[in-house]
Structures are given as structure tokens and as C-alpha cells.
Design a protein around this ligand. Structure first.
Ligand SMILES: [Zn+2]
Length: 174
């Protein structure tokens, strides 16, 4: 690859990274997932809320959580690509070692795999779902996990999860 192209890609990756870091900060910050449940809904207390009301708030938060995970994943890929540029092995597939066509790199600078390996990876991963679907998770069915891959809750836990996010006294006073 021409040195000029490599420099362009490096610049592109850096720009993309700082954009994603901003998105991440917004999603995780005080106006996003950092806000407590009651702050986010503008209610003084979640005590008298119907679980259904809290449910739609839960839905918004879980959507944000899905976005946040996706954003962090992209940042990690970009950092990997930047490291590869630094080490001089950028543009070679991490899986098979073949050089990745420059066209593909220019279209998707953070890619670490050639098209062939990327396809195989997606085929292998039978559970692969589009990220939009991922964010449709709780409380409507799919099991949801956090960064450490521990289950936050599954579909059956939905009511309990709402109560836990709201107030624990809700269950006791019923
Ligand atoms: Zn490959």
C-alpha cells in the first residue's frame, strides 16, 4: 500500500475513534445510562408507577446499553487497526494472513479480516443477529448480558428487573 494511503487511513481511523468516544461518553454519561431511573423519568419516586410504565423506560435504557456495547466494540476494532498500522502489519487478514484488498480497507478502515474470513466468521456464528435486534432485548424476551458477559436478566425476570430498577419496597408492600 502507498504510504500516502496508509496515512489517510490512519487519519480516518483517528477521526472515527474520537467520534465514537464522544458517542460513548454521551451514552454512558449523566444524561444517558448514568442517570438513575427516577431522574430519567422525571418522577420523584418509582413507587407508584405501574410496572408497565417503568417497562418502557427499561426498554429505552436497554436500547442505549446495546448501542453502548456496539460503540465500545467498534472502538476496540479501531484501536486494533491503529496498533496494526504502528506495527507495520496493517492490511493483512488477522485470520488467514492474506493481504486485504485496498478497496476494502478504504471502505472499512477498521476491518481486520478479509471478506472471505469475515463471511466464514458470520456463518460460524449461527446466532449472529443485526445489532438493532440486539437492542430489542429486555424486557421482551431475549437474555441480556453486560460487559463481563454475565446475565443481567432473561425474559422471565422482566418483572423482577423492573422492580429492582424501581424500588425494592414495591414487592414487599404488595
Ligand atoms: Zn482472511
Amino acid at each position: 500500500m502507498k504510504k500516502q494511503h496508509l496515512q489517510d487511513l490512519h487519519q480516518k481511523l483517528e477521526a472515527e475513534k474520537s467520534e465514537l468516544l464522544e458517542v460513548e461518553a454521551r451514552l454512558a454519561g449523566p444524561d444517558g445510562l448514568g442517570a438513575s431511573m427516577t431522574d430519567a423519568t422525571g418522577e420523584l419516586s418509582a413507587y407508584d408507577n405501574h410496572p408497565g410504565d417503568s417497562g418502557s423506560e427499561m426498554y429505552e435504557r436497554s436500547k442505549d446499553l446495546g448501542l453502548l456495547e456496539n460503540t465500545r466494540q467498534q472502538i476496540a476494532e479501531i484501536e486494533e487497526a491503529l496498533r496494526a498500522i504502528g506495527e507495520g502489519n496493517y492490511g493483512y487478514c488477522h485470520n488467514c494472513g492474506q493481504s486485504i484488498p485496498e478497496k476494502r480497507l478504504l471502505a472499512l478502515p477498521r476491518t481486520l479480516l478479509c471478506v472471505q474470513c469475515k463471511r466464514e466468521q458470520e456463518d460460524r456464528d449461527a446466532d449472529h443477529r443485526p445489532v438493532e435486534e440486539e437492542s430489542l432485548a429486555p424486557p421482551f424476551g431475549r437474555t441480556f448480558t453486560d460487559d463481563e458477559d454475565s446475565v443481567i436478566f432473561d425474559g422471565e425476570d422482566a418483572w423482577e428487573a423492573v422492580a429492582r430498577y424501581g424500588t425494592s419496597s414495591y414487592i414487599e408492600k404488595r
